[in-house]
Design a protein around this ligand. Sequence first.
Ligand code: 7RM
Length: 629
Amino acid sequence: MQIKNLEEYNIAYEESVKDPERFWASVAEHFEWQKKWDKVLEWNFTSPDIKWFINGKLNITENCIDRHLATKARDVAFYFEENEIGKPVREITYQKLHDEVCRLANVLKSFGVKKGDRVCIYLPMIPEAVYALLACARIGAVHSVVFGGFSAQSIKDRINDSSCKVVLTSDGAYRGNKQIPMKATVDEALVDCPSVTNVLVYKRINGKVNMLNGRDHDWETEVKKQETVCTAEIMDSEDPLFILYTSGSTGKPKGVVHTCGGYMVYTCYSFLNVFQYEPGQIYWCTADVGWITGHSYITYGPLLAGATSVIFEGVPNYPDAGRFWNVVDKIKVNVFYTAPTAIRALEAAGLDFVKPHSLSSLKVLGSVGEPINEEAWQWYHKNIGKEKCPIVDTWWQTETGGILISPLANITKTKPGFATLPLPGVQPVLVDDKGKIIEGNGVEGNLCIKFPWPSIIRTTYGDHERCRQTYFATYSNLYFTGDGCKRDEDGYYRITGRVDDVINVSGHRIGTAEVESAINECEEVVESAVVGYPHDIKGQGIYAYCIVPKSSRSHDEIRKEILNTVNKIIGPIAKPDKIQIVNGLPKTRSGKIMRRILRKVAEGDVSNLGDTSTLLDPAVVEEIVKGKI
Ligand code: 7RM
């Protein structure tokens, strides 16, 4: 399954394009199936309808855990580094992982959770979060993880969209020097969630929580009652494994659905090849399980490969900006995978936080979540990798399930800012705005993929039409990523960022429409328009233009209210960095907001606003330029 050199990559790539079914069947052979598939692939991108490993039967947790027990029962699956410094690192062996997952799976069963039922997970970055995902998968329940930074309103929307039966949460979370309540937030959400019958609460911070009789249960107490054996539910390849909500350019977040067989095959294959993980190495991905990176490259991919990983509860700057490097030395991490926003923040803190640490265990570095700018790439390469570690700049999405374009560590020649080449089985194309495929090198266009890979999105939960519309209708017979992309003279890919109304703030995807609708909940705001602008640390910042009629309150007060409202409706990650109060928005005669102009103003590039001839009222623009913050 693991490619070892450039020649093997070239051969694998060629085979994967010439005969994809044969190629993926040979990869899938490496897993344990309760029944092999009858046919590898059936697909069309029109409906869309995509099925991999048809009629194959499996349970992904048997492949993540049980399969390794014969040889690895005492090997460490996870090292757990707590938020607080100075604590000994905790070790979770594959045997312990098995026992904890089975116990928790049995608790879910005792709540009446059955195959196909949805379970919401709202937990901090603690081992129990990983147990939670796997416990669901063990019994065929569909997990829907909600990132711990989301608000009660967001939790409620997600729970109701997929009618979750159970919520797994904790009293609260440690985050740097803060303690964040979680159960209280869940309680607020659940006022309006009729589908939820049971809530399991893990005591992490010893915080005071309300426990509703009959509905809420203490995690430890329930788990203790259960056996460490739980027969794995037999799943079809195309049974859903999980739902993960992600933001798009319009409307509320969509529930991206991934299925068991293809997701298993692809996350393991991509993990082993991109990072070139070797047995015995220690791998650390700093993401949160609340994002797809935490699903595919903390939980499933590494466990399928039998790897040893780190789970880190804390944040990069607590107690100081040397924390990551402290942990790398403490646990002797070999493969380190993080986001450009973290790299930029740590770079800004200065080299004094790097110098005390040896970092000599590092062999491979990774980047994910947003384009990595050349300066950050060089800093990472020089000061963290000491110029001896390749950087794998991994491009992928919630919808792709796994990494699609990336160097293979020590195999693909890297180039700063470039995700380089597609993995075997991935067929990228660039298209112009009319959908015409742009051939050749030294070109730029919209990034599409023309052939399915095993972990491609299957549907958006409860609304297949939305899945079709969003990803398969823009260009016929192509999966559209929403990203712009260049292909240089070497055929290397460089992702340039979103071409739609999605902004990427510190690697978090945020829909401008979502933020606008939250802002519009403020009584005094008549209308708003939100755009992204370049931000030194976050990659992009959020700039909100808000129409507020003359009122008795000061602009500062109104700004505060806007921030509070967004925090309450979406969560802290969506709070605007800049709020400009305006009297009007630049609109076309047909009433469309000209975001292009608003983006230019937010960027501070007002010398050339482009074609403004379709503007209804040019005076509005002048006023906005004058009032820019
Ligand atoms: C894994 C993840 C997806 C969006 C995607 C891009 C951007 C992610 C890179 C990147 C440039 C990268 N899933 N993106 N990785 N852009 N280079 N290596 O982030 O669904 O949350 O976001 O993130 O715009 O469309 S995600």
